[in-house]
Ligand binder design. Structure first.
Ligand SMILES: *Cc1c(COP(=O)(O)O)cnc(C)c1O
Length: 392
């Protein structure tokens, strides 16, 4: 699937994002930009087909995106799905009844819902623990554990997990697949396969597409057998994205490096600014030396994306006033787009997490999550400054 021969091993990330899998030769066309093939069926001869048969099992625009994605991940294979959760559902279907999944306790809410309310009904056991305490792995891995599911950094508290250490423990204890949801950082900032993970999962909806106009997911792997199974499940389960969406995401990857550099610089500037604000008691950003896993983050990433959480000196009333006072930041869920957003996890993204678990994870009514977009950082800081003045 992947365009393995492409300029290896010299091209950098941006060159790969712009050129891997994009050659128009396979289209018998001189178009520089890969076309969108909307056809759901492909002409055959009695002797056979040309590689494409039916839109669910394969589509040239989708393959162009998959080759590009494998290229930038530095991986051999990529499969895209109709959403991030569609990818996760498909990945969970690698397992069978009687198997056990051990998941990070501080993961994306939708993943928690899928694992605890759907996957368990298929006869697969699921349990959750805090992976920042590595001893929890040994304690919670069972004889039938077949997959470890993790995210780093987590949402919204931005806890960082040592991926290499988790892989080492998992591999020493059994034949266990390690899957990493890399949505928050993208392969520009973190490459879990390099640390021994077996599967990288994405909600492409977020930074990968980056324009808040496509819902899509992906799985990226190096193992040929795993890739074959994921491709089979893509066809057999049918969680496939539309050719138009594949076209949009393939286009978006061309600016991923530039976008992530800007998200990274602006979020760090805002985190540093917030750290000095008298109405802020805590700032969560893995790029700050005060972050509890600062050293791990420095070692396993090329920096942090646009997500910053902070706790202010007020309560629910102040959180609401602050959010409604902002003029540039938009009050909305999701993340990873060009636009800056703010949300209150306790009432919005994490409302479904039981109150006592929220308290344990430190998600109070005074914790706000920013997703720093691509606007001028001076304007974003000015906006925050005037909202603090309005609120306190
Ligand atoms: C959004 C998100 C998902 C789910 O992806 P969808 O594309 O919304 O299905 C999974 N993991 C993380 C970390 C996310 O932010």
């Amino acid at each position: 699937m992947a365009d393995q021969g492409f300029l290896k091993p010299t091209p950098g990330f941006a060159t790969t994002a712009i050129h891997a899998g994009q050659s128009s030769d396979k289209w018998k066309s001189a178009a520089v930009v890969p076309p969108i093939v909307m056809s759901t069926t492909f002409k055959q001869t009695p002797e056979g087909h040309t590689g494409y048969i039916y839109g669910r099992s394969g589509n040239p625009t989708r393959h162009t995106l998959e080759e590009c994605l494998a290229g930038i991940e530095g991986a051999k294979y990529a499969c895209v799905y109709s959403s991030g959760l569609g990818a996760t559902t498909t990945i969970c279907s690698l397992l069978e009844a009687g198997n056990h999944i051990l998941s990070m306790d501080d993961g994306y809410g939708g993943t928690h819902r899928l694992l605890s309310q759907v996957v368990t009904r298929m006869g697969i056991e699921v349990s959750f623990t805090d992976f920042t305490k590595l001893e929890n792995l040994g304690k919670n891995i069972r004889k039938n554990t077949k997959m470890i599911w993790m995210e780093s950094p987590t949402n919204p508290s931005l806890k960082v997990v040592d991926i290499a250490a988790v892989v080492k423990i998992a591999k020493s204890l059994g034949d266990i697949l390690v899957a990493v949801d890399n949505t928050f950082l993208t392969c520009y900032l973190q490459k879990p396969l390099d640390f021994g993970a077996d599967i990288v999962m994405y909600s492409m909806t977020k930074y990968m597409n980056g324009h808040s106009d496509v819902v899509m997911g992906a799985a990226v792997v190096n193992d040929a057998k795993l890739a074959e199974r994921l491709k089979f499940l893509q066809k057999a389960m049918g969680a496939v994205p539309s050719p138009f969406d594949c076209y949009l995401v393939n286009r978006s990857l061309k600016t991923l490096a530039l976008r992530m550099e800007r998200h990274k610089a602006s979020s760090l500037a805002i985190a540093q600014w917030l750290s000095k604000h008298p109405n802020v008691t805590e700032v969560m950003h893995p790029g700050l030396p005060s972050h509890p896993q600062y050293e791990i983050s420095k070692r396993q990433t090329a920096g942090h994306s646009g997500i910053v959480s902070f706790i202010h000196t007020g309560g629910l009333k102040e959180s609401k006033k602050f959010m409604s006072s902002l003029k540039v930041f938009i009050l909305a869920e999701s993340l990873g787009g060009y636009e800056s957003l703010i949300e209150l996890p306790s009432l919005m993204t994490h409302a479904s997490v039981p109150a006592e678990q929220r308290a344990e994870l430190g998600i109070s009514d005074a914790l706000l999550r920013l997703t720093v977009g691509l606007e001028d950082v001076e304007d974003l800081i000015k906006d925050l400054e005037q909202a603090f003045k309005e609120t306190f």
